[in-house]
Design a protein around this ligand. Structure first.
Ligand code: 6R9
Length: 659
């Protein structure tokens, strides 16, 4: 990555000190870094003390067969016991674990004592259905309490779950069921989405037909939660109702302890090409890593905080920071079923006001959507309960950061911009809210106990002020253990690029600023080469979003005869912006000049298209690959992982008329 490019990005000089009161009472203070540096394994052994171990471990890390790690060797524990039972045993059974909010407005408060009963019943039901330790269970549910209960019940009986996001198609579901050989599928009749019931069970039926035809898997039962009450086709040989088997089961269930390296779950990554990668996480290290980071980064005070993470349990963020980390810490949290604009665009703020949410964790894409809708909507609600805000999923543009800080956080809440991946299992690079002065757009530094650096092609750490590839230099407890059934692909994908150094290759470009803080620049495949200059898509997107009329932007490098690649930008305007501009063309010219002014003439987009929406995966990541197809006048590729498949038709139609 050229110096030129990188020095351009960080013209950002603002920084925000932690609020004094929060800093004084913070769970984790500055000395944590030094303590972890002095003896990293002792540090993680100490963090393992947050959990109840049925049998203590004899070794913190066995790295003798690197990159295949074993953490907390010899230790045994039960995850459901740690996430539920022990809080009840500690006298906190009456504390609410989940404030469930259904999209149609139904609500359910579930205490830890009730959660224990539900998880135990579900665990008994799974065993009655023949599920044994090591069996795989696919979970395809809406964001309802049963999703959390099903995951914990699997963990309780030692079954390995794979949660498939409810928005995925029958085909995607079939390939995941087949890849991990699931014995049971847990689903619902449907869920609520944008004010209407949306069926789920038909997709399972379709997936099973496909699998039967291919003769690839062994699904014995489908366990169906009744959520919407809509009609479902029923196969009496395999289908069973949740309320018939779970509700009828005993609430007494003995949780057996499993080995620290017992497989906990497989999460298929939203890989855009090829076979999905089944990322495998195990028991002890995963829970230690997620519990510690949730405690440290959110400064969680379990007795008084109300936490809300808006992710879906179908994604890693939902696994690590709705289910496992938070419940291990005995949190009270909100679980919301629906979309942010149903039945109105203030729904999230209404929920924060009602439950007095103190810790809020969401994604930049959501923040930019709210920016587009305008501040008058959140301004209509009392958000004064909030004390800390989190961001995850992609780089947060300084503009979105400032809006989040000002409009949602009332200029008083620190923002933790947390960099991590499905593979890392836990947050890796993030500010500590009581310690770090946060800079808008930077994830700052590796958390205590974590080793991260930015290196050049040869694997040599770059000096401050330069950029390169983000690597993780030390093993960490919640690291992926392998790709399901494909050790070779695991080694190739993550450990071969910097084999000599033994670094984990994250696939992200990054730079270190003059203070050594890390700025993420997007996936390395999102780095463009314009006339021999390297420019990151993020950098140009940030410049566009800093224009007052722009709500959201996506940038791709399209093949160009003269410059190698040329910059093509897709821009969503803020509400009303087009009406204010005399003409679209004038505004486009203004935006091109704006980018030139912010970054330099080299970064001026060749073309800018004003679009109503951007193509996003269901986890909110912009699918630049598809935009590249449009920019290069190709037939648009596979759109099956898009949240809304109509978006590309709209964009392609616009592109034809504007060129
Ligand atoms: C948790 C999650 C991982 C990729 C990662 C990076 C991007 C996530 C980020 C971020 C900049 C942040 N990413 N958090 N980039 N700043 N705070 O999103 O996992 O779905 O596996 O995606 O997301 O590119 O490599 P996953």
């Amino acid at each position: 990555m050229s110096e030129e490019t990188l020095s351009n990005l960080s013209t950002e000089t603002r920084s925000f000190e932690p609020p004094a009161e929060l800093a004084a009472a913070a769970n984790v203070k500055a000395d944590a870094y030094a303590a972890a540096d002095a003896d990293r394994l002792a540090f993680w052994a100490e963090q393992a003390g947050r959990l109840d171990w049925a049998e203590p471990f004899t070794q913190v890390l066995d790295w003798s067969n690197a990159p295949f790690a074993k953490w907390f060797v010899g230790g045994k524990l039960n995850i459901a016991h740690n996430c539920v039972d022990r809080h009840v045993e500690a006298g906190r059974g009456d504390q609410v674990a989940l404030h469930f909010v259904g999209e149609p407005g139904d609500t359910r408060d579930i205490t830890y004592a009730q959660l224990k009963d539900e998880v135990s019943r579900a665990a008994n039901a799974l065993e009655e259905l023949g599920i044994e330790p090591g069996d795989r269970v696919a979970i395809y549910l809406p964001m309802i309490p049963e999703a959390v209960i099903a995951m914990l019940a699997c963990a309780r009986v030692g079954a390995t779950h794979t949660v498939v996001f409810g928005g995925f198609s029958a085909d995607a579901l079939a390939s995941r069921i087949a890849d991990c050989n699931a014995k049971l599928v847990i689903t619902a009749d449907g869920g609520y989405r944008r004010g209407a019931p949306s069926a789920l069970k038909p997709a399972v039926d379709e997936a099973l037909v496909k699998i039967d035809n291919d003769n690839t898997a062994i699904v014995e039962n489908v366990l169906v939660v009744r959520r919407t009450g809509q009609d479902v086709a029923w196969n009496g040989d395999i289908d069973v109702w949740w309320h018939e088997v779970v509700d009828e089961s005993s609430e007494i269930h003995e949780a057996k302890a499993f080995d620290a390296e017992h497989p906990l779950f497989v999460m298929y990554s939203s890989g855009t090409t090829g076979k999905p990668k089944g990322i495998l996480h195990t028991t002890g290290g995963y829970l230690v890593g997620t519990a510690y980071t949730h405690h440290a980064v959110f400064d969680l005070k379990p007795e008084t905080d109300v936490y809300w993470c808006t992710a879906d349990v179908g994604w890693i963020t939902g696994h690590s920071y709705i289910v496992y980390g938070p419940l291990a810490n005995g949190v009270t949290q909100v679980l919301y079923e629906g979309t942010p604009d149903s039945p109105h665009k203030g729904r999230w703020w209404e929920i924060i006001e009602k439950y007095k949410v103190t810790l809020f964790y969401t994604a930049p894409t959501a923040i930019r959507t709210f920016m587009k809708w305008g501040r008058s909507i959140p301004d209509g609600f009392d958000l004064s309960s909030l004390r800390l805000l989190g961001s995850v999923g992609e780089p947060i543009n300084p503009e979105a950061y400032m809006w989040y800080r000002d409009v949602i956080g009332g200029d008083r809440c620190p923002i933790v911009d947390t960099w991590w991946q499905t593979e890392t299992g836990m947050m890796m690079i993030s500010p500590l809210p009581g310690v770090t002065a946060g800079k808008p757009g930077s994830a700052m530094t590796a958390l205590p106990g974590v080793g991260a650096d930015v290196v050049d092609e040869a694997g040599v750490p770059v000096p401050n002020g330069s950029g390169g590839y983000l690597v993780l230099t030390e093993p960490w407890p919640s690291m992926l253990r392998t790709l399901m059934g494909d050790d070779e692909r695991f080694v190739d994908t993550y450990w071969s690029r910097f084999k000599e150094q033994g670094y984990y290759f994250a696939g992200d470009g990054a730079k270190k600023d003059e203070d050594g803080a890390i700025w993420l620049l997007g996936r390395v495949d999102d780095v463009m080469n314009i006339s021999g200059h390297r420019l990151s898509t993020t950098e140009i997107e940030s410049a566009l979003v800093s224009h007052p009329r722009v709500a959201e932007a996506a940038v791709v490098g399209a093949a160009d005869e003269t410059t190698g690649q040329a910059i093509v930008a897709y821009v969503i305007l803020r509400e009303g912006a087009l009406a204010e501009a005399t003409q679209g063309e004038e505004l486009v010219a203004e935006l091109r000049n704006h980018v030139a002014k912010e970054i330099g003439a080299i970064a001026k987009p060749r073309s800018i298209m004003l679009v109503p929406e951007l193509p996003k995966t269901r986890s909110g990541k912009i699918m630049r690959r598809l935009l590249k197809d449009v920019a290069e006048n190709r037939v648009v590729g596979d759109t099956t992982t898009l949240a809304d498949s109509n978006v590309m038709d709209l964009i392609a139609a616009g592109a034809k008329t504007s060129t």
